[in-house]
Design a protein around this ligand. Structure first.
Ligand code: S3P
Length: 423
């Protein structure tokens, strides 16, 4: 397909992974010694974590894309009398709550209006079982949350939602536990925390769906943050949808818990090559080459693959809009609790562009391959919706005006600049 006559012949590099950047800061902060983080992502969300950690007394020095964290050990945070502001970042709030649950003072964490509607009971329940005293705002489920931490009990916990944020929050709290904490996942979610904790000397073992972790001192390390596959996915989709394109994306993280987008692209008829595959400290990295498809095929996705592409659903929906036939994406209930209700945001905005799309209970149906039109749409202040709509406009060649498009800074500050650079 090449609706607008454009094609890409280019090479780019994507900024560091957001999930791994948050974890690198947090884990370095509770390790002993100076950790150096290379290729750290300076986006709004990861800066929220950095600011909170500084308020908790952690010395963090920044030099270009390198960050030096002066860690003082597991229980080294200092009481902060103000409110820790996670702003738009669910990862900051949920993961930091795990660490604060192991600290013997009261902390308050809050966020913006989007974060105030995202459920926190999913972490409050396990952290309370471990002995932390947590009080939440509205209905006891939403932030601001107040945490009084201390020495914790180790627990056995069956995950109720497929969420790496919840799992990571428990893993962090488990570092302050009195024996072994066990976590059982029905469906495996991203495992960056497990890998990084092990790399920093944590006593953690993973056997299929069982994760065991004991209280352990962590030792500082040097970390390289791979390029973010979730950010790369917007460029992979664009190149894949424009016939005769070739795009090389250098140094992208390809942890198997994140590569669902590659499987989907291939299933839709896009050729994707993984070149120069290597392991850097604790994550797999490669260069990804994408070739534009002649035409895109519709898909059906549900079940175990969903956590492996949970953040890529908006951009997958864009591809489905250009794939001739009916695509059905199911088991997406978690999308309702992201930066916006992404099922509603996608359906509502795509409709404005003439796309045949339906909201299902826990999914989305798209009848693709028809004419689309231009128009005014809204990002719902959700970075991934803004980027998906932008890519949609590039594929369709239509003029699409996006309200609040600057919210891409949450995860991908140079998105628009990079996009211009590849043509
Ligand atoms: C993240 C996990 C995912 C993802 C989010 C980042 C993480 O959320 O959607 O963007 O860094 O652990 P859930 O774990 O809540 O599904």
């Amino acid at each position: 397909m090449n609706r607008n006559g454009r094609r890409i012949k280019s090479q780019i590099e994507i900024l560091g992974d957001k999930s791994i950047s948050h974890r690198a800061l947090m884990i370095s902060s509770i390790s002993k010694g100076i950790s150096r983080i290379n290729n750290f992502l300076f986006s709004h969300d990861s800066i929220s974590t950095l600011n909170c950690l500084r308020k908790l007394g952690v010395r963090i020095e920044v030099d270009n894309e390198k960050v030096l964290v002066y860690g003082n050990g597991l229980s080294s945070f200092k009481f902060y009398e103000g409110v820790l502001d996670a702003r738009n970042s669910g990862t900051t709030m949920r993961l930091l709550s795990g660490i604060l649950s192991g600290h013997k003072f009261k902390s308050i964490i809050d966020g913006d209006t989007s974060l105030r509607r995202r459920p926190m009971d999913r972490i409050i329940k396990p952290l309370s079982l471990m002995g932390a005293k947590i009080f939440a705002g509205r209905e006891g489920k939403f932030c601001p949350i107040h945490i009084i931490g201390g020495k914790l009990n180790s627990i056995s916990y069956k995950m109720e939602v497929d969420s790496a944020q919840v799992k990571s929050s428990i893993l962090f709290a488990a570092l302050y536990g009195d024996s072994t904490t066990k976590i059982y996942e029905k469906i495996k979610t991203r495992d960056h925390t497990e890998r990084m904790l092990k790399y920093f000397g944590g006593k953690i073992e993973v056997n299929n769906e069982e994760i065991s972790i004991k209280s352990s001192e962590l030792i500082s390390r040097e970390v390289f943050i791979p390029g973010d596959i979730s950010s790369a996915s917007f460029f992979m989709a664009l190149a894949g949808a424009l016939k005769d394109s070739e795009l090389l994306i250098k140094n992208v993280g390809i942890n198997e818990t994140r590569t669902g987008i590659i499987d989907v692209l291939k299933e839709m008829g896009v050729e994707v090559e993984l070149l120069n595959v290597r392991e850097d400290s604790f994550e797999k990295i490669c260069d990804i080459k994408v070739y534009g498809a002649k035409e895109l095929k519709p898909i059906k996705i549900s079940g175990g693959i969903i956590p492996r592409l949970i953040d890529e659903i908006p951009i997958i929906c864009v591809l489905c809009a250009f794939a001739k036939g009916e695509s059905i994406l199911e088991n997406l209930s978690e999308l309702r609790y992201k930066e916006s209700d992404r099922i509603k945001s996608v359906v509502c905005e795509f409709k404005k562009l003439g796309i045949e799309i339906y909201e299902l209970d826990d999914g989305i149906k798209i009848v693709g391959g028809k004419e689309t039109k231009g128009g005014k749409v809204n990002s719902h202040n959700d970075h991934r919706i803004a980027m998906a709509l932008t890519i949609l406009s590039y594929i369709s060649g239509e003029n699409i005006e996006i309200l609040n498009s600057e919210c891409v800074d949450i995860s991908f500050p140079d998105f628009y600049h990079k996009l211009k650079s590849i043509f």
